[in-house]
Design a protein around this ligand. Structure first.
Ligand SMILES: Nc1ncnc2c1ncn2[C@@H]1O[C@H](COP(=O)(O)OP(=O)(O)OP(=O)(O)O)[C@@H](O)[C@H]1O
Ligand SMILES: [Mg+2]
Length: 317
């Protein structure tokens, strides 16, 4: 999908492959991310949803240049992130950041919260006085108070630790944050608090988010647009409300059906979605083996269709 002048990040035909078999003279690759295109506008949250192993984290890491792409293009503010000069690279590092799923492992247990928040400011050359000021302000922006600065991560609850991780991600005033399952390790009530925090920061600080989750309910709560991923391919993407209300792809339909929105306690995980119906066809639709309505034509690769302001990867819509 093409972005507009407001586009902050544009991903075009992005692929990442891993070597799975190395036989004599024959290499076999597996595509963790397969010809993926999407964009994120300024001050927008895009939800990236898919089951475990679908390539969500790989996409998150690719767009922040934490791992190397194999094919395709990633443009940040219109510029190819692989063509950056050293100075541009440093600015890119300042303007982008990441929040991980588990704040227990993403925060250094031997550092006090103050040091954790101060670290990126040191890396980017902020003088001491400004560092103190920014740390004190940012902890409050993340919904905690200054008394937390003197504590270690182990002295915080899971939700409080995730607030610290978010404070660290916003301290350099980035334009884009990749939030990789930031609520998955938390209780439902705390999940909602973190979602509210992300929504507030997006508005107050004009930050764009790529919000990664396996939970379509969570994604639906805060994403303007949603990208549905299956085995490294985008199945459907577009307006978040439309996708939740009227999913077009058979995979998205199954996701929605299995997640009764008014009964969070009855939520099923994406892994509960169908058994395999038939054998996988290499080069065919990725969802063929599990699709309840697949037909002969689905043994061939579908192309993207534009329907109702959405892009759908299915022969049958
Ligand atoms: N360094 C690597 N070497 C080989 N395969 C990898 C590597 N990193 C990821 N993969 C594979 O790529 C696929 C996508 O992984 P990824 O971590 O992006 O999935 P995910 O959607 O984030 O899953 P989860 O919801 O479990 O976090 C998986 O099959 C994974 O095993
Ligand atoms: Mg992941």
């Amino acid at each position: 999908m093409e972005g507009s002048s407001k586009t902050l990040l544009q991903v075009k035909n992005l692929s990442k492959k891993y070597l799975i078999k190395k036989q004599l003279l024959k290499k076999e690759f597996f595509y963790a991310v397969d010809n993926v295109s999407f964009y994120i506008n300024q001050n927008e949250t895009v939800g990236l949803v898919g089951e475990s192993g679908s390539g969500k984290s790989t996409i998150g890491k690719l767009i922040l240049k934490l791992i190397k792409k194999d094919e395709g293009e990633i443009l940040f503010k219109g510029k190819d992130i692989y063509s950056f000069s050293r100075k541009e690279e440093k600015i890119f590092r300042k303007e982008t950041s990441i929040v991980f799923q588990d704040p227990r492992t993403s925060l250094n247990p031997r550092m006090k919260i103050f040091q954790i928040l101060e670290e990126p400011l040191i890396v980017h050359g902020f003088p001491k006085k400004e560092r103190i000021k920014k740390v004190k302000k940012t902890i409050v922006d993340a919904g905690l108070d200054e008394t937390f600065l003197d504590r270690y991560p182990s002295e915080l609850s899971g939700g409080q630790r995730q607030r610290v991780a978010i404070a660290r991600a916003i301290i350099l005033e980035p334009d884009l944050i990749v939030a990789d399952e930031p609520t998955s390790a938390l209780d439902v009530s705390v999940q909602l608090q973190i979602i509210n925090l992300i929504n507030r920061l997006k508005t107050e600080k004009n930050i764009s988010f790529l919000f990664i989750s396996h939970d379509l309910n969570v994604v639906g709560l805060l994403s303007e647009r949603i990208v549905v991923l299956y085995k490294g391919k985008i199945m459907e993407q577009g307006d978040g409300k439309k996708i939740i209300k009227n999913p077009l792809h058979p995979y998205t339909k199954l996701l929605i059906e299995s997640l009764p929105p008014d009964h969070p306690s009855k939520r099923k995980d994406l892994e509960h979605i169908p058994e395999t119906f038939r054998e996988e066809i290499p080069g065919g639709c990725k969802f063929y083996s599990r699709c309840p309505i697949a037909q002969e034509i689905c043994k061939k690769e579908p192309s993207y269709k534009k329907i109702d302001n959405r892009e759908v990867y299915c022969h049958l819509v």
